[in-house]
Ligand binder design. Structure first.
Ligand SMILES: [Zn+2]
Length: 178
């Protein structure tokens, strides 16, 4: 290890970046206790040179592979915690999905945070879309999601993870083994 390496509360700076090979990668690790789920390790890699970024999480204790479904029908449901690993598939029927894969990120958020991410995805789509019909469709979708965020419209959220590192924490959430 080089002399530049210093540790501060789970942070390692000056690491080798696997992409641009400069010593500008920061590794961060954090631990979180999530009620009704348990301890979760969150880690991230960020390179100051090439802007490479990766974030993911892993439960301290293994959980079984599961599909979580939540019918969001009130503003209260928007506060339900969502634990999403990079391996999770997040689906909102008739709206879209967040796919797992090497570019996917893991994070802890809530239902509101998930809906907001979908909104951002659709906003980008709306801006880049050439087709008028598709633009209109995106616009309507944004309206619908805004209503969901106001608690005025129901929606269904599905989080599927074959590694068991994801969950929706709500008494209303339905869990199915995968
Ligand atoms: Zn880099």
């Amino acid at each position: 290890m080089s002399a530049e390496v210093k540790a501060e509360e789970g942070v390692l700076r000056g690491q080798d970046c696997p992409f641009c090979h400069k010593k500008t990668l920061t590794l961060a690790e954090k631990e979180m206790e999530i009620p009704h789920f348990g301890r979760v390790f969150l880690f991230s890699m960020t390179c100051d040179s090439c802007k490479y970024r990766k974030a993911d999480l892993e439960a301290a204790e293994p959980h079984e592979p599961a599909r979580w479904t939540l019918d969001v029908t009130s503003k209260e449901d928007l506060n339900a915690r969502v634990i999403k690993s990079a391996e999770a598939l997040v689906k909102v029927p008739h709206v879209g999905s967040i796919e797992p894969g090497p570019d996917a990120e893991g994070y802890v958020t809530n239902v509101e945070g998930i809906i907001t991410r979908f909104k951002q995805q659709i906003e980008v789509l709306k801006e880049t879309e050439e087709d008028d019909d598709a633009k209109k469709k995106a616009k309507n979708m944004l309206k619908k999601l805004q209503k969901v965020l106001w608690g005025d419209e129901p929606i269904k959220i599905i989080v599927e993870d074959k590694t068991g590192n994801s969950a929706i924490i709500s008494e209303k959430a339905q869990k199915q083994k995968l």
